[in-house]
Design a protein around this ligand. Structure first.
Ligand SMILES: NC(=O)c1ccc[n+]([C@@H]2O[C@H](COP(=O)([O-])OP(=O)(O)OC[C@H]3O[C@@H](n4cnc5c(N)ncnc54)[C@H](OP(=O)(O)O)[C@@H]3O)[C@@H](O)[C@H]2O)c1
Length: 321
């Protein structure tokens, strides 16, 4: 089968098409002929080697953590009725950029007939992260919300879910005016620059901040939390947060603010899959958006990563085998 592998960590030229043996379904696993492959921010972080200290990856890794396609085979202990079904699948830290992927049966979810494979991988991971990040922040419809890094797939879904839940104030950070305009279509009410400035009418402080960016500015955004405000760090696109971040929180002790990390890994799979199924249906009914910047053939995976590195992706890039 054709696949894309990371032959050298660093820039996208280190990725190459390879011929790899087709995976075989072991116990608890299914084999999927892919129809669409999601390209995520995590894939880019792995390819750059920036997470190698925390999560060492072998050269030759096939990147990609989510695919949609048709189940072609199942392991000995897996219900054979899965064969032929259209599914979304989480493949782990890698294994997605290929014609034939492998997943645990607990990590697949059937997709509605009227949902395209492309839309399934645009929302299948990002939608649940947005949903559970908001709930981790104890978001309620009366809250003023700030979504930091709103132009990515997680950010867009967070904005849209907050808006559809009735939030009246949803500020976003983005680097471009054009993206700000697009984010308003999903429910953003105030558009800030990456540092959180640029809109004099925006509130000074927020009840909830969902942050996929992390990096050096996290302490500055802690200062934007209202009394009892909750900031949830759901990603680290800009790298690790300063190690003394706790002292910034303690400086505002009397304001009862909190800072939490959030990973979907801590949500039980059946809860994640239930939300994922509901969101797939919502996309088919126009209740949630699957935002796809571009669909490229698998052999252009390096170009997809170049677009990500250049900051030119609004939503998701999807590969097709
Ligand atoms: N919590 C979980 O369970 C979970 C699950 C999956 C992924 N993740 C994490 O989520 C993150 C990726 O999310 P995503 O795919 O939605 O994001 P993304 O598309 O990679 O990035 C979102 C936006 O961040 C902005 N940005 C890029 N570099 C920046 C910088 N240096 N400083 C400030 N803003 C910057 C860009 O928008 P503008 O140019 O418009 O500013 C970009 O569109 C990763 O850190 C990944 O590890 C978390």
């Amino acid at each position: 089968m054709r696949a894309v592998a990371i032959q050298r960590f660093g820039d996208p030229t280190g990725m190459a098409m390879i011929e790899a043996p087709c995976p075989i379904a072991e116990r608890g696993q299914v084999i999927i002929e892919t129809g669409a492959i999601g390209v995520g921010g995590v894939d880019a972080m792995i390819r750059r080697g920036t997470v190698a200290d925390m999560h060492p990856m072998p050269v030759g890794l096939i990147p990609g953590s989510e695919v949609a396609g048709v189940v072609a085979a199942v392991g000995a202990d897996v219900d054979e009725s899965w064969i032929g079904r259209r599914v979304w699948a989480f493949t782990g830290v890698g294994g997605g950029y290929t014609e034939v992927a492998k997943a645990r049966v607990g990590d697949i979810v059937p997709i509605p007939d009227d949902l395209t494979f492309t839309d399934a991988v645009a929302i299948g991971s990002a939608g649940p992260v947005a949903h559970f990040a908001l709930s981790h922040a104890h978001f309620g419809s009366a809250d003023a919300v700030l979504v930091r890094g709103a132009a990515g797939s997680i950010g867009i879904a967070t904005v849209e879910l907050a808006a559809r839940a009735g939030a009246q104030i949803i500020a976003v950070t983005t680097s471009s005016t054009e993206r700000g305009t697009r984010l308003r279509e999903f429910g953003a009410t105030h558009v800030l620059d990456r540092a959180g400035n640029g809109d004099a009418s925006a509130p000074e402080s927020f009840d909830v901040i969902v942050d996929v960016i992390g990096g050096a500015l996290v302490p500055a955004f802690i200062d934007r939390l209202a009394p009892n405000g909750r900031m949830v760090l759901a990603g680290m696109v800009a790298g690790p947060v300063p190690s003394d971040v706790g002292s910034r929180l303690l400086r505002g002790f009397q304001l009862s603010r909190s800072l939490a990390t959030f990973s979907l890994d801590t949500v039980p799979a059946d809860a994640t899959n239930r939300v994922r199924r509901e969101q797939f249906v919502a996309v088919t009914r126009g209740g949630l958006s699957a935002v796809v910047q571009d669909v490229l053939p698998l052999d252009r995976a390096a170009d997809a990563h170049r677009l990500m590195d250049a900051g030119q992706v609004f939503g998701r890039i999807v590969l097709t085998p």
